[in-house]
Structure formats: C-alpha cells, structure tokens
Design a protein around this ligand. Structure first.
Ligand SMILES: Cc1cc2nc3c(=O)[nH]c(=O)nc-3n(C[C@H](O)[C@H](O)[C@H](O)COP(=O)(O)OP(=O)(O)OC[C@H]3O[C@@H](n4cnc5c(N)ncnc54)[C@H](O)[C@@H]3O)c2cc1C
Length: 485
C-alpha cells in the first residue's frame, strides 16, 4: 500500500494531536501533525518564553488517574518532571481563604455573622434541595448552600464564563466538582482531619515539567520526529476534502502558501465548530447549524515581570473580588524556579476571561499592561514601580462552553460524522467539546489510536468521561473541589 494511503494526519499539535502522533509513530505508522502556531507545541498547554521568562497559558498541573498517561509523562521527562507542592488561595473582600475550601478557615475568615448565615443556608439546602438541578447555580446551592455559593463560586464563575450561573449547565459542575460535602468538612474540622488523607496527594502536591508545561509537549514532539513522524509548524488547516474514505487536507502557511496532504484518516483536535465548516462534501444543514451553535470562552494572560517582593507564595490565587477584572493570578516562580532567569524578579500571569473581539480583548497591549499593573497594586501584591516588563498572550477558544444545548449539538455532529466520515476521528478538548484536562485529552487520542490499529472500534472514545476510569486503576486522585482551569 503506498504510504499516503496509510498516513494519518493529526490536526493540531496540542496534547491530543501529539499523543496520537506519538502512539502511531511508536508503531512505525506514518503520521503528520499540522499545527497553526509557528513556534510552540502544546496548544493551550504551551509555555511562552519572553526574554527567558516562562509563562503557561494558565498554570498546568499534571495529575491523572491513568497509569498509562502517568507512565508516558515520566518516560518523556524523567528527572525534569519535578514534584511541586501546591498552594492556592481565594482572595475575597481583602482576605485570603484556603483553597480548596476548608470549613474552619472559611468560617473563621468570614466572621461570626456571615459564617452563621452560611451554615444556616447550608442546612436549608440539605433539607430543601433543588430536586433536579439542571444548572450550575442549583447544583452548587445544593452542595454548599446559597450563601457559600454566592461568596466562593458565583462571581468567579461568572467572570470565567461571561454567563449567569443559571445559564451554565449542571454537567460542568458535575464534571469538575466532586465529593465535596460541607458536612464532612465541618466534621473534619471538629474531629480532626479524618477524611483528609483520601485526597491529600493532589491537594498538596503535583508534578510539573521543570521548564513549564510546554516542555512536556516539546519533548513529545522531539520523540515523534525521532520515531519518523512529521510535524509542520505554522500551517493552519483550512479545508478537508473527503474522497471516499480517504482525505485531502489543505493547510496554509504563514506566507499564504497552500500545502496539500493525502491521508487515509484524519485525527482532529480542532474546535468542532471550525472543523465542520472545513469539510467537503458538506455536512447536512442540521449538522452545520449544530456546529455553528457551539460556543467558546476566550482567555488572555497579561504577564508582568516584576521585582520579587515575596507577597505571596501560592502557585496561583483566585480573585473573587468584583472590584478588579482579573480572575486569577499565576506565580510562575512557585510553579518552577527554572522559569525565572533572575532570582530578584518574578513573572506573574494575570488571567482575564473574555470573548475575542470584546472591549478587553481589543485593548492595545500597553493598556492591558497598565491595567494589570494597577490591579496587582490594588490587591496589594506589588507596586506599579516594581513592574519593569510584560507581555500579553491572547488564547482564543480556551473553554468549550457547556450551555444548555451543547450536548445535543455535539451528539448531532458526532452521529452524522460517524456515518458519513468514519475515517475522521475527533479527540481532545475542543476537538470533542469536552472540558478535558491534558490527561483526558491524551486518553481520547490513545484510545482512538488503539481503534485504528485494531481496525475496529474496541473503545467508544465518547464514553471516556472526566473520571478517566476507563479500565484504569486509580493511581492518583483529583482534588475534591476543582475550580475552572
Ligand atoms: C486556563 C487553563 C488552565 C488549564 N489547566 C490545566 C491543568 O492544570 N491541568 C491539565 O491537565 N489541564 C489543564 N487545562 C486543560 C488543557 O490545556 C487541555 O486539556 C489541553 O491543552 C487540550 O489539548 P488538545 O490537544 O485537545 O487541545 P489544544 O491544547 O487546544 O490544542 C489544539 C491545537 O490545535 C491547533 N489548531 C487550532 N486550529 C488549527 C488549525 N486550523 N490548523 C492547525 N492547527 C490548529 C492549536 O494551535 C493548538 O495547538 C487548562 C486549560 C486552560 C484553558
């Protein structure tokens, strides 16, 4: 069989596309990765470097329940996969609260009056829960009571999604927020930390590549090339033509030149909305409408390089204060000192959730740097004079939005593609419109490759849920209460 008839083209050089290429090339199967970004591999999990200072697009903890994913990470990085202690707090009303929430810390910090109101509202939620919670607000009020929900989840979640919590599907909370019970937390606070051990590992520590999360994906890229796979950077896929079960993929490089690739199959981690619009013959009107209806939330990181004042040693802080626009602040030195080339300075990533094209997104970089410096000072974490450099990274489509209709739209597209395009495989986060972390994104690619190699659908990749317990034994545990990230 000529090579082009066996070749797999992977769309996207993030964790999912790269993992698929890594697995295929390890079996000596021909594979080509097409990545729009000219310089960095890793997609949302890349590390951007500016004058030697490294910044993640949102700090990326490496944690997983999958032994196979864990083995790949350790195999790729060895001693450069460092063990870090985790610290993160919530900044609300001028105070820092432990995060994940701890009952005693939260209740003491809130003061007697508010704490009593929180406990009463929690008891009310236990006695009179929403019977069938369909949205985020109802789900969270059932778990925490309305008062605690309003203090610790409402404003931050609405900053992230740009939607009222009542418009966000309960699916998202159910996927991200596990096993938290204020009752258990209060019991632990009163009787000692009886149940804490269960979750200790990943609350207190995690793994991380020494030179930033992108290091993992750059290393995987090197391995793919060493195994005979090809990676083309700076090539944006613009069209996919189906010819029977084979594909012609067209990508445009930075000079506007088009490149044509023939493939026996395509593995796509591109946002479904964009992918569907590229396919010919076109999907049905219903399929195209479903894809166009999928929504995303965009994201911007304003990196400030500043004199190190040791005002906080958290890896990141959630900012629940409605007085400032920033949603979260990353402290890159706490992730890994190797990201900071100068011991007397630090790099802070101030994260702003927005929609591409909105007022914030369109602000010139200079204005964003001034806004971020002023907000860092307003929070008491640095003075504007401490900041001597900075840069802005805009990340479109950082979050697939779970509105009330997304699941139906995804099912419509998935079903149509399964019958009309059996050699097009969807993987990853935006690739499946799933709120997947790196490990889940990798697992979708790994199972897809197993299906391809077996020549039959051994696994239903869509059944791999956020728990990632697909034939896997627990090796590590997620935090019981996980904010967006
Ligand atoms: C703020 C934030 C914090 C996060 N924190 C964590 C964390 O702590 N731990 C964790 O495990 N996960 C975390 N995640 C999730 C993690 O980033 C994703 O799971 C992972 O990046 C998804 O990998 P992917 O390959 O599916 O998609 P992506 O990373 O989105 O990669 C897709 C790739 O496709 C490329 N592409 C897009 N369009 C085209 C085109 N037309 N042609 C060619 N290439 C194209 C993009 O440039 C990109 O490189 C976080 C995400 C965010 C937004």
């Amino acid at each position: 069989m000529p090579p082009q008839q066996r070749t797999t083209v992977c769309l996207g050089g993030g964790p999912a596309g790269l993992t698929a290429a890594y697995q295929l090339s390890a079996q000596s199967l021909p594979v080509t990765v097409l990545e729009a970004e000219p310089r960095y591999l890793g997609g949302i999990a890349r590390t951007v470097v500016h004058d030697g200072f490294g910044l993640d697009i949102g700090g990326h903890r490496f944690f997983t329940k999958s032994a196979r994913v864990n083995a790949i990470w350790h195999e790729l990085l060895g001693a450069d996969f460092i063990h870090r202690r985790r610290k993160s707090r919530i900044y609300y009303n001028g105070r820092f609260f432990a995060y994940p929430l701890r009952a005693t810390n939260a209740l003491l910090n809130l003061g007697l009056f508010t704490s009593t109101a929180c406990v009463l509202s929690y008891v009310k939620a236990l006695l009179l829960p929403h019977k069938n919670p369909t949205n985020f607000e109802q789900f969270m009020c059932n778990r925490f009571g309305r008062r605690l929900y309003a203090i610790f989840f409402k404003s931050y979640t609405e900053k992230v999604w740009g939607l009222p919590c009542s418009a966000i599907s309960a699916d998202w909370a159910a996927q991200r927020i596990k096993d938290f019970s204020l009752r258990a937390a209060i019991r632990d606070a009163l009787l000692g930390q009886a149940s804490k051990a269960v979750h200790t590992t990943l609350i207190d520590a995690f793994h991380y590549p020494r030179h930033g999360c992108g290091m993992m994906w750059e290393r995987m890229g090197e391995k793919i090339t060493a195994q005979g796979g090809q990676i083309h950077m700076g090539q944006r896929v613009t069209s996919l033509r189906r010819n029977g079960n084979a594909w012609e993929v067209i990508a445009r490089d930075r000079d506007g030149k088009e490149h044509l690739y023939h493939a026996a199959r395509v593995i796509s981690s591109l946002p479904i909305r964009e992918l569907v619009a590229m396919i010919t013959p076109r999907l049905s009107a219903q399929g195209r409408a479903a894809a166009q209806a999928l929504r995303y939330r965009d994201f911007m990181v304003v990196a400030l390089i500043a004199t190190e004042r040791h005002t906080f040693d958290d890896n990141w802080i959630y900012i629940h204060d409605p007085q400032v626009k920033v949603g979260r602040i990353q402290n890159m030195k706490a992730w890994s000192p190797a990201l900071i080339p100068d011991a007397g300075r630090n790099c802070y990533g101030l994260e702003y959730f927005c929609t591409a094209g909105d007022e914030l997104w369109n602000k010139p970089d200079g204005e964003l740097l001034r806004l971020a410096s002023a907000e860092l000072a307003q929070l008491g974490l640095a003075t504007p004079a401490d900041v001597d450099d900075g840069f802005v990274v805009r990340q479109p489509q950082a979050y697939p939005v779970y509105d009330h209709d997304y699941a139906q739209h995804v099912a419509t597209i998935r079903d149509e593609l399964a019958t009309t395009c059996p050699t097009l495989h969807l993987v990853g986060r935006n690739g499946m419109h799933r709120y997947n972390n790196q490990d889940h994104s990798m697992l979708t690619a790994m199972l897809t490759v197993e299906n391809i190699i077996a020549g039959q659908p051994l696994h239903d990749v869509w059944q791999l849920n956020s728990e990632a317990e697909y034939h896997e034994k627990d090796t590590e545990r997620d935090t019981p209460l996980q904010q967006v990230g």
